[in-house]
Ligand binder design. Structure first.
Ligand SMILES: NC(=O)c1ccc[n+]([C@@H]2O[C@H](COP(=O)([O-])OP(=O)(O)OC[C@H]3O[C@@H](n4cnc5c(N)ncnc54)[C@H](OP(=O)(O)O)[C@@H]3O)[C@@H](O)[C@H]2O)c1
Length: 268
């Protein structure tokens, strides 16, 4: 087996991807390598996934044709300027680094084929939602390969780079909003006598099931909502209260504000 894919960085997001690639049989563990400066991380990742680990990014880029950049934004400049990591012509660099645009990537690795990804942390349970954008040098077979890799940890949608800020709002940040909804629902459950654990589990499972209903039935969310509301029943009472309190407007404003902040940060 020859090495196919290498990870620069082996933290939470890289681990999620490595786990997804192995469990979905996209690559075997012998085809994956990664690097991290700390011995602790190298030992941990090697023992969990059985992949070969290196200390230096230069070892990874010399051995793999597809490279995933999974370091923190603050590490990027040193990686390319101090450690002199270069990625040659024909190799694919998939970056999941927040805010690292294709233009900035082009400055560091002009010859590589480049992909910018905005994932969310639900990748850690293989239920991520992410947008990705590819530079024009990518051929359709490259894009298909990239899609297969990203899809191992969730839903991956190709978008123009101008829409990456919108992806940040609706996928990158939205888990935080949805956790708040789960917590609020659980709070009401506790108020009405359920144990905290049961209330959280029931609320979370209801959110998971509702999301699956939308994705699998392809029905409009409003239609599904109507199907749950019997005339004169319990659910329509709650729906009216949420409408009166402005739930839709609050959520749309939160996502919109997040997108605006992401746009502002992309300009910096
Ligand atoms: N976490 C999220 O929910 C999320 C969501 C969307 C996007 N992202 C993006 O994903 C990227 C990774 O996030 P994360 O949460 O996985 O971070 P993390 O857990 O802190 O992992 C970062 C990894 O980079 C390694 N590293 C640091 N400097 C390095 C170098 N010079 N060469 C090679 N490896 C180096 C670290 O090694 P050590 O372990 O040895 O310190 C660590 O393994 C970030 O850029 C973030 O913007 C994260």
């Amino acid at each position: 087996m020859s090495v196919q894919i290498g990870f620069i960085g082996a933290g939470k997001m890289a681990e999620a991807l490595i786990g997804g690639l192995v469990s979905k049989n996209v690559f075997s563990k012998d085809e994956i390598i990664a690097c991290a400066p700390s011995q602790l991380t190298r030992d941990r990742v090697e023992s969990i996934y059985g992949i070969k680990m290196y200390e230096k990014a230069t070892d990874v880029v010399s051995k793999a044709d597809i490279i995933v950049l999974a370091v923190k934004p603050k590490n990027v400049q040193d990686l390319f300027e101090k450690e002199k990591v270069t990625i040659g012509k024909g190799k694919i660099l998939i970056s999941i680094v927040a805010g690292l645009t294709l233009t900035k990537m082009n400055y560091y690795v002009p010859d590589a084929k480049k992909v910018r990804v905005m994932p969310n942390h639900c990748c850690m349970v293989l239920e991520g939602a992410m947008g990705y954008t590819c530079d024009p040098s990518m051929e359709s077979t490259d894009i298909k390969r990239v899609n297969e890799i990203l899809s191992s940890v969730g839903l991956a949608v190709e978008v123009p780079e101008s829409q990456m800020d919108a992806v940040t709002g609706i996928a990158g940040s939205s888990p935080a909003f949805l956790y708040m909804v789960i917590d609020a629902m659980a709070e009401a459950g506790v108020l009405n006598g359920l144990s905290r654990d049961q209330a959280v589990e029931l609320a979370a499972q209801s959110m998971l099931g509702s999301a699956k209903m939308v994705l699998e039935t392809k029905k409009h969310p409003e239609q599904l909502r109507d199907e749950v509301c019997s005339p004169g029943g319990t659910t329509i009472v709650g729906v009216k209260i949420l409408e009166d309190l402005g739930l839709r407007s609050a959520i749309a404003s939160a996502v919109d504000g997040t997108i605006a902040k992401s746009r502002e940060m992309s300009q910096e």
